[in-house]
Design a protein around this ligand. Sequence first.
Ligand code: ADP
Ligand code: MG
Length: 252
Amino acid sequence: MNQLAKTDQSQWMITCEGLNKYFGELHVLKDVSIKVKQGEVLCILGPSGSGKSTFIRTLNGIESINSGTITVDQKKLTHKQKDIDAIRKETGMVFQQFNLFPHMTIKQNIMLSPAVVRKWSKVKAEQKAESLLKRVGIYEQANKFPSQLSGGQQQRVAIARALAMEPKVMLFDEPTSALDPEMIKEVLTVIKELAQTGITMLVVTHEMNFAREVADRVVLFDEGCIVEMGTPENLFERPQHERTKLFLSKIL
Ligand code: ADP
Ligand code: MG
């Protein structure tokens, strides 16, 4: 029995129970509960303002919660900085606006966190940065500054930078929403390849084809609540809720 309970727990990389979040009077997350398995790719859909960003930002403590519990890789997220730091080490985050450090080269951007947080030697951090730059296809840009790169290239740097910490979870918040159409594909391709490596990923996206193809499960947020959650096939082909049908009719 104990053994079973332990096995059950360990398959969950993320568990959230009863999350509530307010910005002043505004109730932004309403009793959100969700569990994500190790290696799972979860795509988060929903209209603008439905709480998607706030939700994924609570998972690594960028946003605090008013009530509920969050556990990442068996570590409970509390208000203590030590717990927040421990979870941030394991969760890479990629934002809509790439958020690269403008005064550092591409390679320096990638080396910074492993050197400072993981205390890697310069040589180790540099080797890691170079191998990641090759993986995301921008090795030639290593010594340039972010402003010299296209949006698609900058976002690939941001992905490499998050991966440099060897996180167990990757959180993406609309990673292609700020990109010109011709650059969306190159970034989605990198994210797709990453999904195949078995890392746990949460991706807020409006790219329905991507969600269909890559997600193990999709979840629809609306007004701070989870409306529906299921396999892409079920959610897209056989939505159960009127709200899901309405959302899909507008976006597909
Ligand atoms: P989404 O990512 O789904 O578009 P958000 O999580 O960004 O939604 O926002 C949910 C709601 O919370 C929106 O009404 C938004 O205006 C509000 N909100 C988000 N961040 C803040 C903040 N820092 N202060 C006050 N209100 C916020
Ligand atoms: Mg958002």
